[in-house]
Design a binder for this molecule. Structure first.
Ligand SMILES: Nc1nc2c(ncn2[C@@H]2O[C@H](COP(=O)(O)OP(=O)(O)OP(=O)(O)O)[C@@H](O)[C@H]2O)c(=O)[nH]1
Ligand SMILES: [Mg+2]
Length: 263
C-alpha cells in the first residue's frame, strides 16, 4: 500500500552515504532496544542477515546479562547504554548513532523476525521512504496479539486514518525500516511505546512514501512484556491528539484572520 508522494520540506543534504557511489548497496543499520532480554537475544541474533552494516543494541539499564550476551553473540555489536528511559527514548538514542543509509527497528524479545529484514529493504529500494511492517495485510499475522490489544489497535488505527488521511492497517506495530534521510521528519522526542504512533503520524504528515510490508509477529520467547495496554493506549491517544494540534492551531488562525478581514 502506498500513500502520498510529495515532500513538504526540502530533504536533508547531510547524512550517511553521500560520499559513496550511487550504485553502492545501501548499508543497513539495525537498532534493537533491550530491557532484560538476555535469554531472547540468541534467538534474535541468529536470525539476523549476514550482510548488515551494523547492529546497535540500546540497553535500558538491564539487570540481567543482556549486554554481555549481545557482545558474546556478536563481537562487532555496538552497545549504547540508554541515558533516558523507555522504548521511545532508546530508539531516539539508537537512531542518532546510526551510520548506515537504511535503519531497521527490531525488538529483542523474539517477536519480530530479523529474517524479514530483506523484505523491508526491498520495499525501500523499490521507492518507499518508509517501510512499515503490518500484521494485518495479506502475508502478515500475529501469534502474540491479545483480543484487547487487537481491538485497541483497530480503534486507534481508525482514529489516525480518519484524522490524518492515512491508510495504515497496523498503527501500533514497531517493526519498520526507513532511509536515514527520514530522521529529520520524525524528530523522535517521546519516551514510551507511543513512539511508533508518533513516527507513523509524522512520516505521513511529511508526505513521505510509505509502503506496508507483511510481517509476522511471534510470541515473546522469555520474560514479560513491558507494555501495559491501557496505560500505553492512553499515551498513544494523547500523541494522536497532540500531533493534530499544530494543524488545528493553523486552521484556527486562518478562521481568525478571515473573520478579521470580513469585519
Ligand atoms: N532500551 C529499552 N528497551 C525497552 C524498554 N522497554 C521495552 N524495551 C524493549 O523494546 C522492545 C519491545 O518491548 P516489549 O516489552 O516486548 O513490548 P511489546 O513488544 O510492545 O509487547 P509484547 O508484544 O507483549 O512483547 C523489547 O525489545 C524490549 O526489550 C526500555 O525502557 N528501554
Ligand atoms: Mg514484544
Amino acid at each position: 500500500m502506498s500513500a502520498i508522494t510529495w515532500l513538504t520540506e526540502a530533504p536533508p543534504v547531510t547524512g550517511p552515504g553521500l560520499e559513496r557511489s550511487p550504485s553502492a548497496a545501501p548499508r543497513v543499520s539495525v537498532v534493537i532496544p533491550t530491557l532484560n532480554e538476555e535469554r531472547n537475544l540468541p534467538f534474535v541474533f541468529e536470525r539476523l542477515p549476514s550482510s548488515l552494516h551494523e547492529v546497535i543494541v540500546v540497553d535500558g539499564h538491564s539487570t540481567d546479562g543482556t549486554v554481555e550476551a549481545a557482545r558474546r553473540l556478536r563481537p562487532d555489536v555496538r552497545v549504547l547504554h540508554q541515558r533516558g528511559r523507555g522504548k521511545g527514548n532508546a530508539l531516539q538514542e539508537g537512531f542518532a548513532a546510526c551510520t548506515g543509509e537504511i535503519i531497521v527497528m527490531l525488538d529483542a524479545d523474539g517477536s519480530t523476525d530479523a529474517a524479514e529484514i530483506p523484505r523491508f529493504v526491498a520495499a525501500l529500494k523499490n521507492g518507499a521512504d518508509f517501510a512499515k511492517g503490518s500484521r494485518f495485510v495479506q502475508g502478515g499475522g500475529s501469534s502474540d496479539i491479545t483480543a484487547l490489544r487487537r481491538i485497541g489497535n483497530r480503534v486507534l488505527n481508525a482514529f489516525v486514518n480518519s484524522l490524518y488521511g492515512t491508510r495504515y492497517s497496523d498503527l501500533c506495530y514497531g517493526y519498520n525500516a526507513f532511509w536515514w534521510r527520514c530522521l529529520p521528519y520524525m524528530r523522535v522526542d517521546c519516551d514510551g511505546f507511543e513512539v511508533e504512533t508518533l513516527i507513523n503520524i509524522r512520516i505521513a504528515q511529511a508526505g513521505l512514501v510509505i509502503h506496508e510490508v507483511p510481517s509476522h509477529e511471534y510470541y515473546r520467547i522469555y520474560g514479560t512484556s513491558n507494555l501495559r495496554a491501557v496505560r500505553d493506549g492512553i499515551r498513544v491517544l494523547r500523541t494522536i491528539a497532540l500531533e493534530r494540534l499544530p494543524t488545528l492551531r493553523r486552521a484556527w488562525a486562518v478562521v481568525g484572520a478571515t473573520r478579521t478581514a470580513v469585519s
